[in-house]
Design a protein around this ligand. Structure first.
Ligand code: GLC
Length: 651
């Protein structure tokens, strides 16, 4: 609702600071007015009861203005370009890769010389895993930040990062970085001051004198790393207090009940925006609000904080899209796109963790019914938002999708998950997968799965046996898994190393800073001699790289693959084949994936359910044209095959 007082206040503030609201800064002014009421009501929803509410409100208004004033000219221009494109990030022209700079090529300077590698593959968005200062052996891969503004010496300097960004922008590439919102390292200046007894900073965290309140929280909070970091609180001997540590003991949870915490973290968000970040990955947003008696995940206040961040970013630095890394149950993930008044106004992106896990489910069972059963929830994604689609990332694979989807497919959820865990950890005779269980909860037997794409698809085992047939089969599986994420709708995010088939790296076991966390087995140290083999025709690296490249090229040729929320899953005609249709205007594409190790038969009837009915279909994968036959005839897909069929002629 429009509010005149707020309007006048903003005009006054902007004029005081010599902003030109009628010309140069008019778009900023318009965005401010459009979002002002939402910003105020979200802020009050969170902080109306706080004694510093008014003072910090003034500071918040000022922070938004300062962030805009400090925005470098090239980013202001890029903001305008992106806004003109309307939802720039839905485009089929984007494809990403997530990587650890040090493990990929040493440091940020070297990365500048590797940009051609990404272009060659067809990747133009880079997710650089956390780069900011983090204690070496207590870093959680950089997710325990001790200084949000200082690039860790391991990677280089802030200047190196800025140079890289500039070079990427020139080459029309995009940067994605993390903001680790939920916690800081116990070595962060705020934590150090809290340890020394500084009350102001003790209020930055959830700190308590004894176990009384921690026990109440613990009663309903699950454990994230039950093996390596059981419990949710850690004793701090320096100040004789208990601090909340949901993840590792060295990661202290920030207290967003304190508006000052919100302010300093928003300031950090703007700092990243003004470094030229195109997509900000908000780490672990599900956890940012805590309430005794709840799981302390996905609470309404956590959503209010994200909505507030979204509104502020939209005003000051609108070219930066937000990705919420909420790896939670499917229905809960959907809420991160915003609900109620804030539909499509919270996170622009979320990880399609459900689909990712369901592809692994289908690969193990050779049955796509659980995947299909879950689509009803995922289809609710609002227009204007998008998925990060992926097969692997730096984290484990959780099997957290709904029991109901498993039941609908006719399986018992407990037994089904047990099978998957055994399959991927190599505990089933003849299972080709080489993974390891991660974070087994001794109380519930819940566990997640670690392992690279190649090892989980059977390449490690096939290489050990020197079995050519199994090698070929594992490569087909790798490509099919990737292809589905490329064509599904969303921004595909490859994980570095997967493009040339890295298998598990077990050297983490002899590193004391890593051995407690088996996720390191799938975070490879790149060996450029291996990556060079992508140029040796016939090598495994060549086969995977060239075909990944081809799949990405196909994606870029077809605007219908942009994420216009334009996916319709096909009625299953064969339980081994996942199939969906993507349509936009008169364009239509059918994508089919055979999850079985045998040829699969799809009746041509499957293509006749939607008008116009196709007469001829062109398969972009093998360049063949098919004539759509009678209902008793079939399209035959070889084992682990992909078909991407475009409407050519219609009846
Ligand atoms: C996110 C990261 C994960 C990390 C956790 C704690 O889930 O992806 O790697 O351990 O947050 O920061």
């Amino acid at each position: 609702m429009y509010q005149k007082n707020l309007h006048n206040k903003i005009v006054e503030l902007l004029q005081q600071q010599s902003l030109d609201i009628s010309k140069k800064d008019s778009a900023f002014f318009a965005r401010f007015i459009a979002n002002a009421k939402a910003i105020e009501s979200l802020y009050l929803q969170l902080y109306a009861q706080h004694p510093q509410c008014d003072i910090i409100w003034q500071q918040l208004m000022q922070l938004i203005i300062t962030a805009y004033q400090q925005r470098p000219q090239p980013f202001l221009e890029r903001d305008t370009e992106k806004l003109q494109q309307e939802h720039w990030f839905l485009s089929n022209q984007l494809a990403g890769m997530s990587l650890y700079v040090d493990r990929f090529c040493g440091n940020l300077q070297n990365l500048q010389n590797k940009l051609d590698y990404f272009t060659e593959l067809g990747v133009n968005v880079l997710h650089l895993m956390p780069l900011f200062e983090s204690p070496l052996h207590e870093s959680d891969g950089g997710y325990a930040v001790s200084n949000f503004r200082k690039v860790d010496e391991r990677f280089g300097t802030l200047k190196d990062l800025q140079q890289l960004q500039q070079k990427m922008q020139k080459q029309e590439m995009y940067v994605m970085l993390d903001i680790v919102l939920n916690h800081t390292s116990h070595k962060h200046e705020w934590a150090e001051k809290a340890k020394q007894g500084d009350e102001k900073y003790q209020h930055f965290y959830y700190m308590f004198n004894d176990r009384h309140i921690p026990d109440q929280y613990d009663a309903s909070m699950p454990e994230i790393f039950p093996e390596s970091a059981p419990g949710n609180f850690t004793y701090v001997p320096e100040c004789n207090k208990w601090v909340m540590t949901v993840f590792h003991q060295y990661q202290w949870d920030l207290n967003y009940r304190n508006p000052e915490v919100f302010m300093v973290m928003l300031d950090n968000i703007f700092f990243y925006a003004n470094l030229g970040v195109d997509i900000l990955r908000i780490d672990a947003p599900a956890f940012i609000w805590k309430e005794i008696g709840t799981t302390c995940q996905n609470l309404p206040q956590a959503h209010a904080i994200l909505q507030l961040i979204k509104c502020c970013v939209e005003v000051a630095t609108p070219g930066m899209a937000l990705l919420g890394e909420a790896i939670v149950a499917p229905k809960k993930i959907m809420q991160y796109f915003g609900t109620g008044l804030y539909v499509a106004h919270e996170c622009d992106f979320a990880y399609n963790a459900t689909q990712m896990a369901l592809q692994w489910d289908a690969l193990a069972t050779q049955d796509v019914r659980v995947m299909l059963a879950a689509q009803e929830d995922l289809a609710r994604k609002p227009y204007g938002t998008s998925w990060i689609t992926y097969t692997r990332c730096h984290d484990d694979i959780g099997l957290g999708y709904e029991d109901n989807s498993i039941r609908k497919a006719g399986y018992n959820p407990y037994e089904h998950r047990r099978y998957l865990k055994n399959y991927y950890s190599g505990n089933i005779e003849n299972s080709p997968a080489r993974g390891t269980l991660f974070s087994i909860n001794p109380k519930t037997q819940d566990a997640r799965i670690s392992g690279t794409l190649a090892s989980l698809c059977g390449l490690e085992a096939a290489l050990a046996k020197q079995n050519e047939v199994f090698i070929a089969e594992s490569i087909a599986k790798i490509l099919m898994m990737q292809a589905q994420t490329f064509f599904l709708g969303g921004l595909p995010m490859l994980f570095y190393g997967d493009e040339v088939g890295y298998t598990n790296d077990y050297t983490y076991l002899s590193d004391p800073g890593k051995s407690y966390d088996n996720r390191w087995m799938h975070r490879p140290l790149i060996d450029w001699i291996k990556n060079e083999k992508r140029n040796t025709v016939g090598s495994i690296e060549y086969q995977i790289f060239a075909q990944t490249q081809q799949l990405l090229q196909i994606r870029k040729q077809l605007p219908v693959l942009s994420d216009y929320s334009n996916i319709t899953w096909l009625t299953p005609h064969n339980i081994h084949v996942a199939g969906f249709m993507r349509s936009y205007g008169s364009e239509r594409i059918y994508a089919l994936f055979n999850y079985s190790n045998k040829a699969a038969y799809i009746t041509w009837h499957a293509f006749k359910e939607h008008v116009p009915v196709p007469k001829k279909l062109f398969n972009y994968i093998n360049q063949q044209v098919y004539t759509v036959g009678a209902d008793y005839e079939y399209l035959i897909l070889p084992p682990y095959d992909i078909a991407l069929l475009a409407l050519q002629e219609q009846y």
